[in-house]
Design a protein around this ligand. Structure first.
Ligand code: NAD
Ligand code: LMR
Length: 331
């Protein structure tokens, strides 16, 4: 007998990321090849958005995915989050050229008040929420505060795209394959202040700074390339990253549900418990492992150099500043 379906709510389902994400969820790449899924597809009520959503749903139907059991198309968030096991909060405005992600905070922040409340009221009891819409750390903070009955550990924001980008850069420089790069932690904010930690990363099992004997590159071009990758894609495409973001969300959810292999960690922005000097309550990116039962843990006791400390502190200061701008949305 097949398993009961996992119900997945996706906001911004007719957007760029939604278009790249939905077929991958429906074909089993997020929850596994024997796990049926039901999709609650949420868009804004504008006629154009709902028409586009109908088109996306037609395409999903036309794929005849064996694992896709049901679709609900709606602009009503109470309906959209009803009984969902996972809430993937993608829907929000992307930045354009020349903007920083936190320039979106006023426009996008308020979206996550209503969505947090709707998740609190209507989602399944143990619903997990992942925020992708930018600025994703602070939007996640807003959603979490507006869902006081949901455990804080059920909220995360996505820095996996940054981890994947950092792995690709290190592998390219070392002449390795990106699968050789492990324990690649992004610390802090999904922003231009994030710190990709080359000191704790490993390449082919060796410390990153031994495998790449070029400290100037690691401290300079490497960090800058990862921090600025989103902007570089916007400059090149005229649109922000989409299928790489969808791919990172597949990785993020799959790896929160799967026991993390020994020797590996993943970057997830979660509610700080004060680890590594990050003030408790901020949504900040950490190295995380999962145990396969839905629980995750911040990896303790990694060495943090003075160089790393300064950069983590700078990113955390930015998160605190973002928080101060949206304090009134925290309920
Ligand atoms: P997009 O403009 O193509 O699509 C966004 C969709 O969201 C649109 O269809 C829009 O109608 C919908 N939407 C807006 N407000 C909504 C609401 N309140 N409820 C439901 N739907 C709503 O944008 P995109 O390229 O898909 O990007 C979406 C977001 O993801 C942006 O904020 C972008 O900056 C962010 N992003 C984050 C990462 C990351 O790594 N965390 C990576 C890429 C993009
Ligand atoms: C990214 O990192 O590609 C996204 O956050 C989009 C952006 O605004 O950079």
């Amino acid at each position: 007998m097949s398993k009961p379906a996992i119900r997945v709510a996706v906001t911004g389902a007719a957007g760029q990321i939604g278009y790249a994400l939905l077929p991958r969820i429906a074909s089993g790449q997020m929850f596994g090849p024997d796990q049926p899924v039901a999709l609650n597809l949420i868009e804004i009520p504008a006629e154009k958005a709902m028409a586009a959503l109908q088109g996306v749903a037609m395409e999903l139907e036309d794929c005849s995915f064996p694992l896709l059991h049901e679709m609900v198309l709606t602009s009503d968030i109470a309906t959209g989050f009803k009984d969902c096991d996972w809430a993937l909060l993608v829907g929000s405005k992307p930045r354009g050229p020349g903007m920083e992600r936190n320039d979106l905070i006023t426009e996008n922040g308020s979206i996550f008040v209503g969505q947090g409340k709707a998740i609190n009221a209507h989602a399944a009891k143990d619903c997990r929420t992942v925020v992708v819409g930018n600025p994703c750390n602070t939007n996640c903070l807003i959603a979490m505060h507006n869902a006081p009955d949901v455990p804080q550990a059920n909220f995360s924001a996505m820095t996996r795209l940054d981890e994947n980008r950092a792995k690709a850069q290190l592998a390219g420089k070392a002449g390795s394959h990106h699968t050789d790069v492990t324990t690649m932690t992004i610390w802090g904010n999904h922003s231009a202040t994030q710190y990709p930690d080359f000191e704790n990363a490993k390449i082919g099992g060796r410390p990153g700074r031994e495998a790449i004997d070029d400290r100037d590159w690691l401290e300079g071009d490497f960090i800058k390339t990862v921090q600025q990758r989103g902007a570089a894609i916007i400059k090149a495409r005229g649109l922000s990253s989409a299928f790489s973001a969808a791919n990172a969300l597949i990785d993020h959810v799959r790896d929160l549900r799967t026991p993390t292999p020994a020797g590996e960690t993943h970057s997830v922005a979660v509610c700080s418990d004060g680890s590594y000097g990050v003030p408790a309550g901020l949504i900040s990116s950490f190295p995380v492992t999962a145990d396969g039962s839905g629980q995750w843990t911040i990896v303790p006791d990694l060495p943090i150099s003075d160089f790393a400390r300064q950069r983590i502190d700078a990113s955390v200061a930015e998160l605190q500043q973002e928080r101060s701008l949206i304090e009134k949305l925290l309920g």
